[in-house]
Design a protein around this ligand. Structure first.
Ligand code: KG4
Length: 326
């Protein structure tokens, strides 16, 4: 069979990224220009600034991805672009660039769902991984348990009713003045802490999640006692969040009988949470390579490949969808 080369483009938040992936699994280049240093001055992503920086960066990032892949542009079979969910202005930059490129190269455009991209990060990390499996999606904007029936067929079994787990990490870190993005800072501090502080868990009847209770509890504790041991608070927060995620995953395993578990999204980079998932009984757990947990375009190219082979091609009227669901 002929090899298929997909150029992926990602610009949904504060990373401008491009990548060339062969046959959905082999990464030939993965270029990421992150704006973290710009946004950390404001304590979080400023959408307008993100859009403007994507415009400044996109052309060079795509050129570099082509150069590092050592491939002629004419060998690209399709251009896969994130079209949602994300910040609308940021999405529009990558999508417009991708549309222009697909038109100029006369190759298909594939509008790719960012959440599908996070799942596909695992296809790159584990060449043998195939659906069906359960995915625990834990990112800055989403927290869900998804039944992956096939490469392009999904059923959401449960989702957060309030904050996404990454959002809770970032808000807690902000109150503790740890800086942005908060997740990695909590991860680092928590390594030296003790899980000695009792925090609440909101129990849901079904497979949904809730993280606002624990977030508010940490914020209140910190307000009442600014000298509280930050390392212990970080570790206690991680421990409780991990329990919520793992207990819900166990419920999903019991309900579906599927025991192949795949983690995805930025919070799946958390060292404590990764370790707790490995303790799940009777389950085979996969987690993305650390550099593929957070936003990148290799995962978009991989997800785009599976849309391409399934014939899910977009046209040039495709628009950005900030609230796109699976
Ligand atoms: O998946 P992602 O890159 O963005 C979305 O698509 O939403 O996730 C970003 C989130 C941020 O909330 C960030 O704080 C969190 O992932 N994160 C972490 C870690 N690394 C990134 N959270 C906990 N521990 C980490 N090591």
């Amino acid at each position: 069979m002929k090899d298929i080369y997909i150029l992926g483009i990602e610009s949904s938040c504060d990373e401008t990224a491009a990548s060339v992936v062969k046959n959905g699994r082999v990464v030939l280049s993965n270029v990421i220009n992150t704006q973290i240093d710009i946004h950390k001055l404001y304590g979080g992503v400023v959408p307008e600034i993100a859009s403007r920086n994507h415009i400044l960066n996109i052309s060079e990032v795509v050129k570099l991805a082509i150069k590092e892949a050592n491939i002629d542009l004419n060998k690209i079979d399709a251009v896969a672009c994130t079209y949602g969910p994300g910040l609308v202005g940021a999405l529009l930059v990558g999508l417009s660039y991708g549309k222009a490129l697909s038109y100029a190269l006369n190759v298909p455009l594939i509008g790719t769902n960012h959440i599908e991209g996070h799942i596909a990060a695992n296809y790159i990390t584990y060449q043998e991984l195939k659906p069906p499996f359960l995915c625990v999606m834990m990112s800055g904007g989403n927290t869900q348990i998804i039944y992956i029936k096939d490469y392009t067929e999904f059923e959401v079994l449960g989702r957060t009713k309030d904050d996404a787990v990454g959002e809770a990490f970032d808000k807690v870190a902000r109150i503790m003045e740890l800086g942005y993005p908060g997740g990695p800072k909590i991860d680092e501090l928590g390594k030296n802490g003790k899980p000695s502080i009792e925090l609440p868990k909101t129990h849901m009847e079904n497979l949904d999640f809730s993280f606002s209770g624990i977030k508010t509890a940490v914020i209140n504790l910190h307000h009442k006692n600014p000298n509280i041991n930050k390392e212990d608070l970080c570790k206690s927060f991680e421990k409780t969040v991990a329990e919520i995620l793992v207990e819900n995953t166990q419920k999903a395993i019991n309900k579906t009988g599927i025991n192949t578990i795949v983690l995805a999204g930025g919070v799946s980079a958390n060292s404590y949470i990764r370790n707790e998932f490995l303790k799940l009984n009777n389950a085979k757990v996969y987690m993305p390579d650390l550099k593929l947990c957070t936003d990148n375009a290799a995962m978009i190219a991989s997800a785009g490949y599976y849309d391409f082979v399934a014939g899910k091609i977009s046209d040039l009227t495709l628009n950005a969808e900030p609230d796109l669901k699976l």
